[in-house]
Design a binder for this molecule. Structure first.
Ligand code: ZN
Length: 392
């Protein structure tokens, strides 16, 4: 009798463990979507655990989509800054603001992952010191620190961003990222590219020694070339990838130059719409890569702005499904350029005005009666320009 109840007890115990294990597997197995899709809406779950959706990029096997249109690679980047910016606190002394922004970044990234979009989290040193002091993992990040969650659980990129002020240079920032168990990428998260005497391009050609730590970081991919205060820099807004020749010739390709540059173009939805117009009008060259970054200031991320961003993201579902747009991290864009485009230089300079001005000379209007008018879908550029009453 005792032996029987013991056996039953063991059986019940084993069964319970198996059930628990199955339940756990079911909730923690990563649902990997085989294709990039903004149309797949994951079901809302009531539990409070963080998302385990890894955002997988499917780099196309061709430089054009099924209709022969050159592909546009879209990246999403956010920045935080040091205290000299005047926009950010000393995070080591403001735990509440640190926690607010940490939660906002986690929420933003999880939203992007749900839509199979990609994200480069670019961070300065001070936020990382805040992480060292306060980040012990939360349920919203599966118990991990923010950087490990972004990288390991969501498949996003973590890149150093540095103005090299207050004693911290690019290598110091990269070192601080590495202390969270994640290898920093070689992406230069922002650089001054003009005027030539201020350009840091050639400085980035060699490995950089950290000032404060025993660490060396090697820049591998340049991004975000601008002027010091982003003044008069629209002529630097470039779509494409190339190897920038030298400080005097940022937008010239030199096959032997060390640093490839992934262009950010006009880093807004407006810039993306402009590229989509050019794509629809046959103004993009087959065999060239086209790139754009949608930029977010980390301090602006709130529940409301994240929801607005999501709404905007969803309007590109058709373009995504058609392969006109591919969402990719900056390292993935470089990889595509290197392998798929064989490093053919691609340099398309923004010529338009910004949204705030009228009469945008240089932005060609989509031809009336272009192939998408009348297809029953109100394309963004049709809506924007009021060009296709039939669809919109
Ligand atoms: Zn910055």
């Amino acid at each position: 009798m005792k032996k029987t109840s013991l056996a039953v007890g063991i059986l019940v115990g084993l069964l319970a463990i198996t059930v628990l294990w199955l339940v756990r597997m079911n909730t923690s197995v990563v649902p990997v979507s085989p294709t990039t899709s903004l149309e797949t809406e994951p079901q809302d779950t009531a539990d409070t655990t963080a998302t385990t959706t890894v955002s997988e990029t499917t780099i196309p096997t061709s430089t054009t989509n099924k209709d022969g249109l050159p592909v546009i690679y879209v990246s999403i980047v956010s920045h935080n800054e040091d205290m000299l910016s005047g926009q950010y606190p000393d995070f080591t002394k403001d735990q509440a603001e640190f926690e607010r922004q940490r939660e906002a970044v986690a929420s933003f990234a999880a939203m992007l992952a749900e839509h199979q979009a990609k994200y480069d989290f670019q961070t300065e040193w001070n936020f990382l010191l805040g992480m060292q002091k306060y980040d012990r993992g939360t349920t919203s990040t599966n118990g991990k620190n923010l950087i490990a969650y972004l990288s390991e659980d969501l498949g996003m990129s973590v890149d150093p961003h540095s103005h090299e002020k207050l004693g911290y240079n690019y290598a110091d920032v990269a070192y601080l990222i590495s202390t969270f168990g994640v290898e920093p990428t070689g992406v230069v998260g922002g650089m001054i590219a003009a005027p030539a005497e201020d350009s840091i391009l050639e400085y980035l050609w060699k490995p950089i020694e950290a000032n404060k730590y025993d660490y060396t970081w090697t820049p591998e991919i340049g991004w975000g070339g601008g002027t010091g205060l982003h003044i008069n820099e629209t002529s630097l807004w470039t779509s494409g990838v190339w190897r920038a020749k030298d400080n005097e010739h940022y937008q010239e390709h030199d096959v032997g130059a060390p640093l490839p540059i992934v262009g950010r173009y006009n880093s807004s939805w407006e810039g993306l719409d402009d590229l989509l117009e050019k794509q629809a009008n046959g103004e993009l060259a087959a065999g060239n890569i086209y790139t754009i970054t949608i930029m977010q200031n980390q301090t602006w991320l709130t529940d409301q702005t994240i929801a607005e961003f999501e709404t905007q993201l969803k309007t590109y579902a058709d373009e995504t499904a058609d392969g006109r747009i591919v969402w990719a991290t900056l390292p993935e864009v470089y990889e595509a350029w290197h392998t798929l485009y064989q490093e053919v230089p691609s340099i398309l300079i923004w010529e338009g005005e910004t949204a705030t001005s009228s009469g945008a000379e240089g932005i060609p209007s989509p031809k009336t009666g272009s192939n998408s008018c009348g297809n029953g879908v109100c394309e963004l550029f049709e809506r924007k320009k009021g060009l296709c009453a039939e669809d919109c």
